[in-house]
Design a protein around this ligand. Structure first.
Ligand code: G1P
Length: 287
């Protein structure tokens, strides 16, 4: 089954990375030489998505510019025969009309952000990607999900440490087959004692239109926000619902340590950087 549209909620304030994010969206923070949001968009392209909906907020104009042509830059690169750089900046511009921006006027939670895109998604399942969750995987995490998707709702899941449970949406797992875990329930940011498992949702979703009908209620949940998790939870039993234990490594780039780990991992894997960085890193850690 094809998933044509992808939603990228990018309205968050990024307060954990202040002052870096005072005038720059946190989604533009680079891992090596690419902003987080570009990794997410490339993952959606790889998974076959053709329409890209960014749910933005104030101060996010850099994201719009990033995915558009920059005539000055492109002509300067062409003039100086910087073919590879030119190709790289052109490749990320999607076809005309394929990108839409809607504004989330108040930071009322992830469910509210996704709901802001409701008029653009139609009556088809849609992907949601959180750029903070950077997933290094081949094929990409969303592609892995799409290839197992047979309708209903699907989330990417992974086991987390007990101390982290209260920072995630946590799944109540049912039967399991070949990496797919039946989702029997879902709770946003439970205490460890109330958590049904340690199986956490990471930021990749495929959601069916019924979720938008639930989001219409705009009910506030954990932290006083409209939670996507709550609307998904209300669809349990009404539509098939699976969690995919994806293969790959996920970096929590919403935290400083996760972001630094991502930079080190991606740099070490880069043939132009790894060989120089690795011995230096060893020296730092060993010495
Ligand atoms: C959001 C979701 C949560 C999910 C997490 C994954 O939380 O609400 O269910 O587990 O992303 O990163 P946030 O990180 O925005 O608090």
């Amino acid at each position: 089954m094809r998933i044509k549209r992808a939603i990228f909620p990018v309205g968050g304030l990024g307060t954990r990375f202040l002052p870096a994010t005072k005038a720059m969206p946190k989604e533009m923070l680079p891992v090596v030489d690419k902003p987080l949001i570009q990794y997410a968009v490339e993952e959606a392209v790889e998974a076959g998505c053709e329409e890209f909906i960014f749910v933005t907020g104030r101060g996010k104009a850099a994201i719009e510019d990033h995915f558009d042509h920059s005539f000055e830059l492109e002509s300067a690169l062409a003039l100086h025969s910087r073919e590879r750089a030119l190709e790289a900046v052109r490749a990320m511009v999607r076809p005309p009309g394929a990108v839409a921006y809607v504004r989330q006027q108040s930071p009322a939670g992830l469910g509210h952000a996704v709901w802001c895109a409701r008029h653009l998604v139609g009556e088809e399942p849609v992907a949601v990607l959180l750029a903070d969750d950077l997933i290094r995987a081949t094929p990409g995490c969303l592609q892995q999900m799409v290839s197992r998707y047979e309708g209903g709702n699907m989330v990417a899941v992974m086991e987390v440490e007990a101390r982290e449970v209260s920072t995630y949406g946590i799944v109540s797992p049912g039967e399991e087959r070949g990496g797919l875990v039946e989702v029997r329930g879902l709770v946003e940011k439970p205490s460890l004692s109330a958590a049904p498992s340690r199986l956490a949702v990471v930021g990749r979703y495929i959601i069916e239109p019924g979720v938008f009908a639930e989001l219409d209620r705009q009910e506030r949940g954990a932290n006083g926000e409209v939670q996507l998790t709550d609307s998904l939870a209300r669809r349990v039993g009404a539509a098939p619902f699976w969690g995919l234990r994806f293969t790959g490594t996920r970096y929590d780039c919403g935290s400083k340590v996760g972001f630094l780990q991502a930079n080190v991992a991606y740099a070490l894997a880069d043939p132009a950087l790894g060989p120089e960085l690795a011995p230096w890193l060893k020296g730092q850690v060993g010495g």
